[in-house]
Write a protein that binds this ligand. Structure first.
Ligand code: PLP
Length: 392
């Protein structure tokens, strides 16, 4: 006998992975495939990232490089990351507020587990990153979904307020958003803060924001990503270098619990405890050193921006409807005919792989990743145009 919940999770195939693997099989069979399924960075890490890997391996004592680190990470690396955020946002973070993890996913699981008290409800805003659901439910909390405003994909704060109960422990906020690419505006976040502050007081306990920020640096046209702890003090950050430094396979990110978070020390310690039972020993020591040395590095986003504009302009000119994304590397598009699964199946029959939005909480939308080759994107456009024709 095995744990039935884990069995079900392990046997459920992610529709994104399935599409991606289908594409690989088609390619192996000699087919031309237009794959917009995965959110895998397609621009290289900034050169200094690779140079830092090399120089650390060359210049630092091998035993030290490959050793265990303290569970939260090297103190000096945490301090450097804190100072970089202080410099950018005028924050007052200390190294002790940070806990390095193997990316945003384990950061999220640790914080969710830390906040999943008996009977807790944890909210997310649809569209949402599909892993939130198992992260919340497998940790014993109820997953409560609130639809975003359908015109703008900003948070619908009135709908969110209606769903808050005495059991609400946290709201997961992801901006820039996967899959919509939308950045929640300062006005939206101020309204959210106002609602959460009022509801926390009404229910007599803090409602935390878990700010999932892997796309914080992937922003176009000078758009602003407001720093959420400035707007709502009870914000815990889950960050990742997967997308911002194009190194998803290196598995490095962090939890940050600022001092101004209510019961910050308990939240931090509980997240550390949760990480422990997830088998966290420490984040990779080499990667901790690299991200500290490259704390201010950013990749050149020109290629993502060009894809974003080209695909958005082309699809909207064919009659598709889509909010223009200011961040991340996705387009979230209304499925012609209203059934994204059916539309994605039609596209798949032409080797165009787009992800139906059911798992993101919007079954009438599909996601197209723009972290793809520009040349492939250009070649796919006639297929997008053809697929739209019966719906015009
Ligand atoms: N959160 C969101 C919104 C994501 O899109 C992803 C990855 O695609 C993650 C978290 C997990 O990122 P990581 O690779 O750092 O675990």
């Amino acid at each position: 006998m095995v744990n039935q919940n884990m069995l079900a999770l392990g046997q459920t195939r992610s529709c994104i992975r399935e599409l991606f693997e289908y594409g690989l099989r088609q390619k192996a069979a000699g087919e031309t495939v237009y794959d917009f399924s995965l959110g895998n960075p397609s621009i290289p890490a900034p050169p200094e990232v690779n140079e830092t890997f090399v120089s650390i391996l060359r210049d630092v004592d091998s035993l030290a490089v490959h050793s265990y680190t303290p569970a939260p990470g090297f103190p000096d690396a945490r301090q450097t990351v804190a100072e970089e955020l202080n410099r950018r946002y005028g924050a007052d973070l200390r190294g002790e507020n940070f806990f390095f993890t193997c990316g945003a996913a384990p950061a999220l699981v640790s914080v969710i587990r830390a906040l999943a008290t008996e009977g807790a409800e944890i909210m997310a805003i649809a569209p949402f990153f599909p892993e939130y659901r198992p992260f919340v439910e497998a940790n014993g909390a109820a997953f409560v979904l609130v639809p975003a405003d359908r015109e703008t994909f900003q948070i619908d704060c009135a709908a969110l307020e209606e769903r808050i109960t005495a059991r609400t422990q946290a709201v997961i906020v992801n901006s820039p958003n996967n899959p919509s690419g939308v950045i929640y505006t300062r006005a939206t976040l101020e309204k959210l803060a106002e609602v959460l502050t009022r509801k926390s007081a009404e229910h007599g306990h803090p409602i935390y924001v878990i700010s999932d920020e892997p796309y914080r640096e992937l922003v176009y046209g000078g758009a602003e990503v407001p720093f959420l702890p400035d707007i709502y003090p009870n914000t815990v950050i889950c960050y990742s270098y997967s997308k911002s430094l194009s190194m998803p396979g290196e598995r490095i990110g962090y939890v940050c619990v600022p001092d101004r978070v209510e019961d910050s020390q308990a939240v931090y310690a509980a997240a550390a405890g949760a990480a422990r039972i997830l088998g966290h020993v420490c984040a990779p020591s080499l990667q901790q050193r690299v991200v500290a040395a490259c704390a201010a590095s950013r990749p050149d986003l020109e290629a993502y921006d060009r894809n974003r504009v080209t695909l958005y302009d082309a699809l909207t000119s064919y009659g598709y409807r889509c909010v223009k994304p200011d961040g991340a590397f996705y387009l979230f598009v209304q499925a012609p005919g209203g059934d994204a699964q059916a539309f994605s199946d039609q596209a798949k029959a032409r080797n165009l792989l787009i992800v139906p939005g059911g798992d993101f909480g919007c079954p009438d939308y599909f996601r197209a990743s723009t972290c793809v080759s520009h040349e492939m994107l250009l070649r796919s456009l006639p297929i997008f145009e053809d697929l739209m024709k019966p719906y015009l």
